[in-house]
Design a protein around this ligand. Structure first.
Ligand code: OGA
Ligand code: NI
Length: 193
């Protein structure tokens, strides 16, 4: 389980938090097995497909409210616990969680971006978990988190690592992956009711 004290501290002070070995090996295996049997969609669907695929070219599968897999249900509970904890600490009014599996094939990337902009949509908190066993330096696929314009921190997408950051504040990118790269990305939102 994630260290909530450190998470809250880091979000408040830095806007991002990284912890390794949050998800244990069996949990990661079960999630990965669920992932492998799902049908994935292009992430870059939208008005301008060609342009969008220059920004990102991974494939995704959204988690739903009706997941039957115990591993996925357990992961959704984990996300709800994080959301509730952040709400209780910061009164953000988070009232919705969305999550998708993401698969980056060799050569896939996601250029520098923010997950939401002020006054645009309701994503406030991003949480990403990685499911990659035996990830090596040369596999790259680094998540680069920008602390500011000049300074960044690199995260290897190793199994069990969880990253959390403020969606409106933190710019980040996925460097081209040299191996198949599996993750679950999620957003905690404040939707108008
Ligand atoms: C995203 C994203 C990063 C990652 O989906 O918005 O930035 O490491 N993902 O998968
Ligand atoms: Ni992102």
């Amino acid at each position: 389980m994630i260290n909530f004290d450190k998470l809250l501290d880091a979000l408040e002070n830095d806007g991002y938090y990284i912890e390794e070995n949050v998800l244990d090996d069996d949990f990661v295996k079960d999630l990965k097995n669920e992932f492998l049997v799902r049908k994935l969609d292009m992430s870059h669907i939208g008005k301008d497909k060609n342009k969008n695929s220059e920004i990102r070219n991974d494939h995704i599968s959204w988690l739903t409210e009706n997941e039957t897999s115990p591993a996925i249900q357990k992961y959704q509970k984990f996300l709800n616990t994080i959301s509730n904890t952040i709400n209780n600490a910061f009164y953000l009014g988070l009232n919705n969680v969305e999550a998708h599996f993401a698969k980056y094939e060799k050569g896939n990337f996601y250029k520098k971006h923010k997950d939401s902009f002020k006054n645009n949509n309701s994503r406030l908190i991003t949480v990403i978990s990685y499911l990659n066993e035996d990830w090596k330096k040369e596999d790259n696929g680094i998540l680069r988190i920008y602390k500011n314009e000049h300074d960044y921190i690199d995260v290897e997408p190793k199994k069990g690592t969880v990253v959390c950051f403020l969606s409106e504040k933190i710019e980040h990118e996925v460097l081209p992956s040299n191996n198949t790269r599996y993750s679950i990305t999620s957003w905690m939102r404040k939707d108008k009711l």
